[in-house]
Design a protein around this ligand. Sequence first.
Ligand code: PGA
Ligand code: ZN
Length: 427
Amino acid sequence: MIIKQIDAFQVFDSRGNPTLETEVILENGVRGRAIVPSGASTGKFESLELRDGDPSRFKGKSVFQAIENVKTRIEPLLQGKNVQEQQMLDRLMCELDGTLNKSNLGANAIVGVSMAIARASAKAKGVPLFQSLTNGGGYLLPLPEIQIIGGGAHSSGRIDVQDFMIICTGARSFSECLEMTFNIYHQCGEILKKTGRLAGVADEGGYWPEFSSNEEVFDMLLQSIEQAGYHAGTDVHLSLDIAASEFFSGENYHLALENRSLKPAQFYDLISSWCRNYPIISIEDPFAEDDVKNWKKLTTHYGDKLQIIGDDLFTTDTERVKEGQKSGLANSVLIKLNQIGTVTQTMECIRQTQQFGWSPVVSARSGETEDSFISHLAVALNAGQLKVGSFTRSERMVKWNEILRIERELGENARFEGTGVLPFDSV
Ligand code: PGA
Ligand code: ZN
């Protein structure tokens, strides 16, 4: 299972932006491929996504240099090596890059090759990726977090909160979660159309309504859940990704929708009032990555009944998660492969999160592709939760559908623990 060739070429993501498709070819002819996703509301501690910056081509967004790095620097480094040595191969790429944020070769170049290595290795062994990644250790189907309304950087900032999602806490199986979501998503669409408030669809497929306050969105969501025949707070809970770094100036949180600026202490009061007044079970990036005081306060007061997820806060970086755990900043970590840049480091971060008794939530990016690697990653590591955006558009559905395929493949060995995967006991 020796690597013969590594190649990359430019393809396009769900926003139509350039990205890399990578290919690892083995001496026995087996090929593994991957496509690299891309974020819009990126954390400042993320690894560097290398783009050419040439305004005359693709508005500066082409990735030809990253492709060149795969062909001329990564291929010679890994040629002749055993594709099954994922850890070693990932380490070699990190060493060749030599920077902390992978800015030399580009995290997009490195993660693309790393994912294609995992794929080629699975294919060479003749087993599905979710089995190959942890040698058959994966059996847990994830509890989905699914976006109904999209905002923030994914809808030109029309609503401040980036994701209004649901978690089907009453569902007894993964399939039931999807059925409930189907009903709620479409109910919500009908209400919006009827009331003339549907302004468009955000980057991850959620509706983008015309509203004048964030609270109005909560009320409409609760109405959608009830009208679809479910009870909010028992069958279904709400989940938010505030992506607060996007509208924090360093001093104030600016809510564009309501045109008001709040001091961090006032913003804390707003967030905690939402958590008290609505059936919210999970909240991601409620504060900016630097607003550590508020993270700690929220976790101290609400951490026994609320999943508090660090995305921009941790950027899938095991060292940042360790520091966060020491300071009690959260109880959950969002996991994105391209934030850290290798499959090995991503798996390490999931395992560290689990060791702390926290919950890892495997996540897609707002710029996605037809690649369903993360579905396999979530099951392989028994991560327990998956977030890939809404319940529409193929770059999202390919991830949910892949879990259905994995469920079928696992047969009787598949498990679903519902809310048992949340980082606290009482729901
Ligand atoms: P991003 O959004 O991919 O634009 O960063 C997803 C998220 O914030 O969770
Ligand atoms: Zn996020």
